[in-house]
Design a protein around this ligand. Structure first.
Ligand SMILES: [Ca+2]
Length: 204
């Protein structure tokens, strides 16, 4: 009986602690991907290089790209609508260390996209050695790669997009609203805990 009291109050304490913790946005799940590569295309500065993709989830929250760098370099990723000249929906840059080879993850604030429509991942670099892995067997059926600004139909760059589904009702609750709810959630947990303890006492 005593141990069940301790467990109940521990549960109450943990539940009351949750709203005061910082809210971390989910990193999403892999939506679209093409993970194979057999060549690398140079990300020469000012020469458009990109990969089309068609999301199935309505919020885009991150992208992985397979990179190969010799000197350290700043790589900029843009998500554009439909083409390399389309509207920029998000732009993020990262300084990546020398001799980097592998998947690099770009996180960004969630971007609303239309499932079934075409979007573009564009990468630019400042060093001409920096390059992006690609497969030339056209493994991704829903988009075309662009090298030096021109379509390269047999190739698809290596990428993963991360998306999330909108909650029921189609709106996101801002962090500030979670903070406003914190005292009420704490009070609710106290009531639930008290009822549970009373019920257990009566049952015992
Ligand atoms: Ca393709």
């Amino acid at each position: 009986m005593k141990s069940s009291f301790c467990l109940v109050f521990l549960a109450i304490f943990l539940f009351m602690s949750i709203p005061s913790l910082p809210i971390v946005f989910a990193q999403g799940v892999v939506d679209q991907k093409q993970e194979s590569y057999d060549v690398y295309a140079s990300l020469t500065a000012n020469v458009p290089v990109g990969q089309e993709f068609v999301p199935s989830l309505p919020l885009l929250v991150g992208v992985d790209v397979l990179l190969y760098l010799y000197p350290a370099d700043t790589i900029t990723l843009r998500i554009r609508e439909s083409s390399l000249s389309g509207e920029i929906l998000v732009e993020v840059s990262a300084l990546i260390p020398e001799n980097f080879f592998g998947w690099f993850h770009f996180n960004f604030p969630s971007v609303h996209v239309t499932p079934g429509s075409t979007y573009m991942i564009q990468l630019t670099a400042t060093d001409s050695f920096s390059s992006w892995g690609m497969s030339e067997s056209n493994p991704y059926p829903n988009g075309v790669s662009y090298v030096s600004g021109n379509p390269h139909p047999i190739g698809d760059f290596a990428f993963r997009t991360y998306g999330v589904t909108l909650p029921v009702g189609g709106t996101l609750v801002p962090v500030s609203e979670y903070k406003m709810l914190a005292p009420f959630l704490g009070l609710l947990s106290l009531v639930i805990g008290t009822v549970t303890v009373t019920f257990k006492r009566r049952k015992a």
